[in-house]
Design a protein around this ligand. Structure first.
Ligand SMILES: Cc1cc2nc3c(=O)[nH]c(=O)nc-3n(C[C@H](O)[C@H](O)[C@H](O)COP(=O)(O)OP(=O)(O)OC[C@H]3O[C@@H](n4cnc5c(N)ncnc54)[C@H](O)[C@@H]3O)c2cc1C
Ligand code: SF4
Length: 460
């Protein structure tokens, strides 16, 4: 931001605004909540959890004070259970399926109970699982996991438990993927993700950070040196909109914006008075709430489709509303305007976004109804900061260079094994195309688990 930022909020207010939203449960609260559980036979919550955690068993163990046993149940199904406890869209998953909800009562707080247990495991440094015995006759078989996000970490942990020697290659300075760099801090502090990385390392997994596969080391080398390769590379940067003004000062990339709040001193992050966020997925909503909590006076989320097509989780959408963010549906930005603009403005400070109104037409290739511009509806939204958050692009060039079948940069995999079109390359997480299109940590963890089983079956 060059000028016109909102006056910075006092440090204590910022600290409060960016600390974890929900306080942890006390022992008494956890016991009271756990005792509400009906321990359903054939529990719908377990079926609704993508990683199939035996929810009623872990909750029952809380009631008997067996937190270690409870932790084994959770982490046995989901090694990243501490992150998932905080970030899972529980209303759409386990808690959404709770039978109490069908009865019109408050569902069991499964996420909060899971957090209570996993916090105990982490606070007491309990390592509940060990590396399995070596798999091959003398040597362990070797697997390379590319990317250090939840999909790869889950795959690596499962493989290590099964006795394989695993190396994770992560291009960034820290492992953890979006759990470390992308999840908004008031939902999950960075320390939880980093502790999970340590727990994976404690299983004997080697994590090499600062190594980009395709640049510092080639996939062909990995195929020579390892028995199998897992790709958990996630998705890339926010794509450009292709409209004039995207390079103006005051236009930010949504992922960078979310990341800054995790890495920088909050008092040093400048926010506009009037902020426009383009997109309506999770990155957009998080970016908008961050702007509001940093002190922006007006935050407007602009989306070219309607509320029904919005990709963000419902709870995120409600949350942003409560934070005072305004939604403009069926609105398409066509130009970002700045102070010192020429015919194609590339510099100068943002002053507004020019938009047109849209209506929804026939479904496109992706099955979603396509927005059509309504003529003569040009209008301007004044602002001094714009955040671009229209999803993430895939690593098409990288996948094409390895010759993997992909759909616009997302790998085609066999859903049960995670195997790609290459016999010893597996993939999962955001970078893979599957029938569950929910972009969520818990889904990535399950993909990693399944691929580990697929790799193990292949190497056995
Ligand atoms: C802003 C935002 C908020 C979100 N909020 C939530 C939420 O509240 N709840 C939820 O469940 N989900 C949320 N998600 C989705 C969730 O974060 C992802 O679905 C999940 O992280 C996917 O895991 P992954 O391992 O597939 O990919 P990632 O987490 O993206 O990890 C991929 C890793 O691979 C590395 N990498 C990429 N290419 C290479 C290479 N060539 N060599 C080496 N390393 C490489 C990357 O640096 C990265 O660390 C959010 C996503 C975003 C963007
Ligand atoms: S991992 Fe997520 S979906 Fe599964 S039980 Fe835990 S909070 Fe619910």
């Amino acid at each position: 931001m060059a000028e016109n930022p909102s006056p910075p909020l006092p440090e204590d207010v910022l600290e409060q605004n960016f600390s974890e939203l929900l306080p942890p449960l006390t022992q008494a609260e956890a016991l009271a909540e756990a005792n509400r559980c009906l321990y359903c036979y054939d529990a719908p919550c377990t079926k609704a959890c993508p990683t199939g955690i035996d929810v009623s068993t872990f909750i029952r163990k809380i009631t008997t004070g067996n937190l270690k046993g409870s932790g084994r149940v959770i982490l046995g199904s989901n090694f990243l259970g501490a992150t998932c406890a905080r970030v899972c869209p529980v209303d759409e998953l386990c808690e959404g399926a709770c039978v109490l909800r069908a009865d019109g009562r408050k569902p069991i707080g499964i996420g909060q109970l899971q957090r209570y247990v996993t916090d105990y495991i982490m606070d007491n440094d309990l390592q509940l699982f060990q590396a399995g015995p070596p798999t091959g006759p003398k040597m362990k078989t070797k697997v390379a996991c590319v990317g250090g996000g939840p999909a790869s970490l889950s795959c690596a942990a499962e493989l290590a438990k099964l006795g394989h020697a695993v190396t994770v290659f992560e291009k960034r300075e820290l492992a953890g993927g979006l759990d470390t760099y992308g999840i908004v801090v008031f939902r999950e502090p960075m320390s939880i993700s980093l502790k999970e990385v340590e727990m994976v390392q404690a299983l004997g997994v080697e994590i090499r950070t600062g190594v980009e596969v395709g640049k510092d080391v080639q996939v062909a080398d990995l195929l020579n040196d390892y028995d199998a390769v897992f790709l958990g590379i996630g998705l890339g940067p926010v794509p450009k909109l292709g409209i004039p003004g995207e390079d103006l000062v005051g236009v930010h990339d949504g992922l960078d914006w979310v990341e800054r709040v995790r890495l920088e001193n909050l008092t040093e992050i400048k926010v506009g008075r009037r902020v426009v966020v383009i997109g309506a997925g999770n990155t957009a909503i998080d970016a908008a709430v961050i702007a509001a909590r940093l002190g922006a006076e007006q935050v407007t989320i602009v989306y070219r489709r309607s509320e029904a097509e919005m990709p963000a989780y419902r709870f995120e959408y409600e949350f942003a509303r409560q934070e005072g963010c305004e939604y403009r549906w069926l609105t398409l930005p066509v130009r970002i305007l700045g102070e010192e603009q020429g015919p194609e403005p590339v510099e100068g400070r943002v002053t507004s976004v020019e938009c047109v109104r849209t209506r929804l037409g026939e479904p496109g290739q992706d099955g979603r109804r396509q927005p059509e511009v309504i003529p003569d509806t040009e209008h301007v939204i004044e602002c001094d900061q714009v955040i671009l958050a229209t999803g993430q692009s895939g690593y098409r060039e990288f996948l094409d260079s390895i010759g993997l079948e992909n759909d616009r940069g997302r790998v085609i995999v066999d859903e049960t094994t995670g195997r790609t079109s290459h016999p010893v390359i597996f993939a999962g997480g955001d970078c893979a195309v599957t029938s569950n299109e929910m972009a969520a940590v818990v889904v990535a963890v399950e993909h990693g688990k399944r691929a580990a089983q697929g790799i193990h079956a292949m190497l056995d």
